[in-house]
Design a protein around this ligand. Structure first.
Ligand code: CO
Length: 184
């Protein structure tokens, strides 16, 4: 298992639609890949991670939502598609590819998603609330859509200075990590 570097805003792979997964071809590597994805997401305290956020051109994402008095809601979605959307919500979102940035995004309040699970079996998920938000956010990633592009133009312009400042910090963090010698 290993923790992967998360691609940050500005890296091309985040704005490109990912390739559909051929489950048979990926099957062997999938368990290790999913373990790395969960480990990476948990290391940085995220609730979702799309494969292209760790540099892989694959239409696959994971979501893990911690809940009170219940086990966490954890799901793998391979080749997901939103087949139904209802209502609307307007809530704060963040993204592991934009560390430190939060903004309110308009999303459907409820969605129905079809995908394959980690065993390659078709699943249909009906979600609302935080789960619906996470599904829409991750499926957007897989379509090459980052959450700030969902914001109205005026909000995007307002966020621009903050975003530039954050980008320079991410660069410094990545560079300092590169200098640390790897343990043998
Ligand atoms: Co994200």
């Amino acid at each position: 298992m290993s923790i992967k570097r998360i691609c940050k805003y500005g890296e091309k792979i985040l704005e490109k639609k990912t390739k559909k997964v051929n489950f048979g071809e990926l099957k062997k590597e999938l368990p290790a890949l999913l373990m790395d994805m969960f480990e990476t997401m948990e290391a940085v305290g995220g609730a979702g991670l799309a494969a292209n956020q760790i540099g892989l051109d694959l239409r696959l994402a994971i979501i893990k939502i911690n809940r009170e008095d219940e086990p966490p809601l954890s799901i793998v979605i391979i080749n997901p598609e939103i087949v139904e959307k209802h209502g609307s919500m307007y809530e704060e979102e963040g993204c592991l590819s934009f560390p430190g940035l939060f903004a309110k995004v308009r999303r459907a309040a409820k969605v129905k998603v079809r995908a394959l699970n980690e065993k390659g079996l078709p699943i249909e998920v009906n979600a609302e609330g935080l789960f619906a938000k996470a599904l829409q956010h991750e499926i957007d990633h897989l379509d090459g859509v980052v959450f700030i592009s969902r914001l109205p133009l005026m909000s995007r312009l307002r966020l621009k200075p903050a975003l530039l400042k954050l980008k320079s910090q991410w660069k410094k963090i990545d560079e300092s990590k590169m200098k640390i010698p790897k343990p043998l």
